[in-house]
Design a protein around this ligand. Structure first.
Ligand SMILES: NC(=O)c1ccc[n+]([C@@H]2O[C@H](COP(=O)([O-])OP(=O)(O)OC[C@H]3O[C@@H](n4cnc5c(N)ncnc54)[C@H](OP(=O)(O)O)[C@@H]3O)[C@@H](O)[C@H]2O)c1
Length: 358
């Protein structure tokens, strides 16, 4: 087996989330090259993170012998074509969520990974949180008794101002679904991970703000939000149609018979997970400090102390471990595929107004 020490990363995409990726890669691997659509943006990231090489395009990055694995942080419509090229070039691939635009694309990605033998990883958002890893252990040990229900909410209000411009996130051909693929996908992943596979879904997707001003000046997401909040963003009086949902509600039926709900919105803030069981119920909040609480019987919820036995993990830890140890531990592209198939079912359910089996 090829030995990797350290694993050398090529980053594709240098936008808003790329900085968080670079910080993780820097801690646990080494970044050898970066490319983006505009070279100047890749150069900015390279300066900040001491990345030695800026490539002009994706093929140049994929041709490099000093790149063992690539990290993709482009908009979703580019995940499939870039990942396919990277795997064909023999590179391991870590990809942002949602893995692809459709289940069919995601299936092709899984199949090519199997054929080429490269390792894959998908950004799953919450699996590395210590409090949720602890909750997963508690559930595995059967401490809840029979589980009655799952509820997850994951929402941020970045789009609540109707004057926020229409970026790629609001377009079907670039983002696919709206808040479902952007935020709901985290809860789909965490629900599967904490409980088990989801068998069927009923989905309702709603566009609440039907039109927005077109984008006058392109910036990365974080910079757009900063300039918008500061009133510095150039705007237009025109309006264009929003193409995907601001809010989604999902009713779930898990393979073990448990029922559940998921809600995501880009118009309000809400982050919680609640699992109700026969012997105890658990409630998790992102703030303050990823608080995990437990309740048994009629008592109120009280906070749970997380043992200090959990090691630090980042979004890329499992991916790098899989490369080093020649393993395929989740989350891999397979988990991205499972989430994508569920999201396809949500779209169908919303269109046909019925339950859809996954
Ligand atoms: N995990 C999280 O918490 C989280 C948060 C936000 C986003 N995301 C995910 O991360 C991905 C990117 O989101 P973002 O907010 O970082 O977007 P963003 O700020 O708009 O950045 C997109 C990046 O993709 C690059 N790009 C666009 N078209 C390209 C092309 N044809 N070839 C090469 N690069 C291209 C852009 O190039 P330039 O640099 O040249 O402009 C930019 O670097 C999405 O899948 C999103 O869902 C995850």
């Amino acid at each position: 087996m090829k030995m990797y020490d350290p694993i050398r990363i090529g980053m594709i995409g240098a936008g808003h989330i790329a900085g968080s990726h670079a910080a993780c890669w820097q801690n646990e691997a080494v970044i050898t090259a970066v490319c983006s659509r505009q070279r100047s943006k890749a150069e900015q990231l390279a300066r900040k993170f001491d990345i030695p090489v800026v490539c002009d395009d994706i093929p140049s990055l994929l041709n490099r012998d000093d790149v063992d694995a690539v990290g993709i942080t482009t908009p979703p419509h580019l995940h499939h074509p870039i990942a396919m090229q990277a795997m064909q070039a023999g590179k391991h691939v870590f990809c942002e969520k949602p893995l692809a635009l459709t289940g069919e694309e995601a299936r092709q990605m899984v199949e090519l990974a199997e054929k080429t033998g490269v390792k894959t990883g998908v950004q799953s958002g919450m699996r590395h949180f210590k409090s949720l890893r602890h909750l997963q252990q508690i559930i595995k040990q059967g401490a809840l008794g029979q589980i009655f229900s799952f509820h997850g909410a994951w929402s941020f209000d970045w789009a609540k101002d109707p004057k926020f411009p229409l970026t790629w996130r609001f377009k079907r051909d670039e983002a696919g679904t709206g808040v479902l693929g952007d935020l709901g996908v985290y809860l789909i992943d965490v629900a599967r991970w904490l409980l088990c596979e989801i068998n069927s879904v009923w989905g309702d997707m709603n566009i609440c703000i039907a039109q927005r001003p077109p984008l006058v000046e392109y910036h990365h997401f974080g910079e757009l939000r900063r300039q918008h909040q500061a009133g510095m963003l150039k705007t237009s009086h025109d309006r264009v149609d929003v193409e995907n949902e601001d809010v989604c509600h999902l009713l779930l039926r898990f393979e073990n018979g448990v029922s559940g709900t998921i809600r995501s919105s880009r118009l309000h803030v809400e982050h919680e997970i609640k699992i109700e069981g026969e012997r105890a119920s658990y409630l998790w909040h992102l703030k303050p400090d990823q608080l995990l609480c437990r309740k048994a019987g009629e008592t109120d919820y009280s906070s749970v102390t997380i043992p200090d036995t959990y090691s630090e993990e980042s979004m890329v830890t499992h991916f790098l471990y899989n490369i080093r140890q020649n393993k395929n531990e989740p989350p891999t592209f397979f988990d991205g595929l499972k989430a994508q198939l569920l999201m396809d079912a949500v779209v169908q359910s919303d269109r046909d107004r019925c339950w859809v089996d996954v």
